[in-house]
Ligand binder design. Structure first.
Ligand code: SF4
Length: 71
């Protein structure tokens, strides 16, 4: 397995401010519940086709509530 092929994402629930940007950018990775909190539909071993969206959501989250590990 080469570096960068395996990706994990995590939501820091106490940081989430319900902007819903993550869900709009990567709807197959992040979902926002009825209370406005984001959670990851897939946390580990994201399929490769979801990596770009997941990474973009992490970097664009205004609350910095998302983490990515693609090492
Ligand atoms: S974009 Fe960030 S702050 Fe907004 S719902 Fe997603 S995780 Fe929460």
């Amino acid at each position: 397995m080469r570096c960068g092929e395996r990706m994990k994402v995590r939501v820091l629930p106490t940081m989430c401010m319900s902007h819903r940007l993550c869900e709009r950018i990567a709807p197959k990775v992040f979902k926002v519940d009825q209370f406005g909190f984001s959670w990851a539909i897939i946390e580990e071993d994201l399929p490769k086709e979801l990596h770009t969206g997941a990474r973009e959501a992490v970097y664009r989250c205004p609350a910095k509530a998302l983490l990515v590990d693609d090492g």
